[in-house]
Ligand binder design. Structure first.
Ligand SMILES: [Zn+2]
Length: 456
């Protein structure tokens, strides 16, 4: 009431006999009839969760089948909120900043976040519970190139680094200066130096289209003091490789492409015994071409079958992260298991917050590639998002490769001198600390979020 008076808002008290006369704000100061009031609402906001610790019980409005929006402070009910959020029946925002746009969306489409809708029509909802992982390792373990390891042993994990990115067909026909042993020794040296900085694991999203060769990566993994996590999927910005063009799903069958991804996760890759632990696809500025869509849906299907998480190469400048969210939702993906890669190329905080509010992890994963986005902007964006409460929604990396043939030899040192595996530890982390990012927030981005992503 004080607040309403301070704002000079016209309001009516429920206890007043003529309370219906002013419908703009009605302050319900009676007891025992809140559930009836909920039933008249289009959307219910738990206001206290935006400013005070603890929050309020969200179950009553949920029982009234209303979409419920809560803020960051739901500590007393967080386990309920987590479950409801997974089921698509509640929206939790990290700050009040996103409230207006979220409300606008929900008023347009209130059934989007209603638990009744989520339960009644699983096919239309944003989320269907994925099966628990059945790819060899039990839930508390993560598959790596050297085999399953306890999730806790991952520690500091860079979520997007490559061992080798190669145009394999060109390399095999025009080997030029390629020397297998030299390149493997070089990769071992670079990853050993990275481990010396405190990195304990890298997720390597090198899939078809990027020259994946797991046998070669195995030879590196055997000699380095960090875990390498392998991926399956396909990297294209437009068409699928010719191989897939006439290999199509039968009338009701699963896409053979998805079947291949599932095999990599459940049985292992190409006879190496190495199982992929995550899925990768791409959508760049060409948008959702038929080929890109086919791969993304196959990745979504493989995710639903296996529970393996997903990394999407996105182009934030064309907003392709939004399109990925839409398609993966249609494939019933658990968006908390999705990294939207290269989000860190953007400085658009509202775009990034929107993706994070959908549940996704933001890949702030091209540190050192300052030609695309300058160092100050990359660091400033992460710091600003931490300040807004999004440390739990970001992962950090370089998207560097021990060796890539995408650029002429020696040219990276010219056009991107900071692009190397030590940049994050030597320059980025100190700069983030300087901008007020706490150790807890750094631990979330480097340890907690990766572990959560890779475990069920
Ligand atoms: Zn990459």
């Amino acid at each position: 009431m004080q607040l309403l008076r301070a704002r000079n808002a016209r309001f009516t008290l429920r206890s007043e006999p003529d309370f219906r006369h002013d419908p703009s704000v009605l302050l319900v100061n009676t007891t025992g009839e809140l559930r009836d009031w909920y039933s008249t609402a289009t959307v219910v906001i738990v206001g206290k969760s935006f400013y005070g610790k603890g929050g309020q019980n969200p179950v009553e409005p949920i029982l009234a089948s209303k979409p419920v929006v809560v803020g960051p402070h739901m500590e007393n009910f967080q386990y309920i909120v987590d479950e409801l959020r997974k089921a698509g029946g509640i929206v939790q925002l990290h700050s009040a900043d996103a409230l207006v746009s979220t409300l606008a969306d929900l008023l347009r489409n209130p059934s989007a976040a209603s638990i009744a809708n989520a339960l009644a029509s699983p096919d239309k909802t944003t989320y269907r519970s994925v099966r628990p992982p059945r790819y060899g390792a039990p839930m508390a373990q993560v598959e790596t190139v050297r085999g399953p390891v306890p999730a806790d042993s991952l520690g500091t994990t860079l979520m997007h680094e490559h061992v080798f990115v190669l145009t394999e067909e060109v390399r095999q026909n025009y080997p030029g200066g390629w020397d297998e042993e030299v390149r493997i020794d070089d990769a071992v040296a670079k990853l050993t130096a990275l481990a010396a900085r405190g990195c304990q694991a890298i997720a390597d999203p090198t899939v078809l289209g990027l020259g994946r060769n797991i046998a070669r990566v195995q030879r590196v993994a055997a000699r380095v003091p960090l875990h390498i996590i392998a991926a399956t999927g396909l990297y294209t910005y437009n068409e699928v490789p010719q191989y897939f063009r006439f290999r199509l799903p039968g009338s009701r069958g699963i896409d053979p492409m998805a079947q291949m991804f599932i095999g990599d996760i459940t049985e292992g890759i190409s006879g190496t015994g190495v199982r992929a632990a995550f899925l990768k696809c791409a959508i760049d500025d060409q948008g959702l071409t038929p080929g890109v869509e086919r791969v993304m849906r196959a990745v979504g299907r493989a995710h639903a079958e296996t529970g393996a998480p997903i990394t999407v190469h996105t182009d934030p400048h064309s907003g392709s992260g939004r399109v990925a969210i839409r398609v993966l939702r249609e494939e019933h993906a658990d968006l908390t298991k999705v990294v939207l890669g290269h989000s860190g190329d953007s400085t658009d905080l509202d775009y990034l917050a929107e993706l994070a509010d959908a549940g996704c992890l933001l890949g702030m994963d091209r540190f050192g590639l300052n030609l695309l986005t300058p160092f100050e902007e990359r660091v400033g964006t992460v710091a600003a998002l931490c300040e807004r409460g999004y440390a739990g929604s970001m992962v950090l990396s370089h998207d560097f490769a021990c060796y890539t043939d995408w650029f002429p030899d020696g040219s990276i040192a010219q056009f991107a001198p900071s692009w190397h595996f030590e940049h994050l530890f030597d320059e980025v982390l100190p700069a983030l600390r300087e901008r007020g990012v706490t150790q807890d927030q750094l631990d979330a981005m480097l340890v907690g979020n990766p572990r959560r992503y890779f475990t069920a």
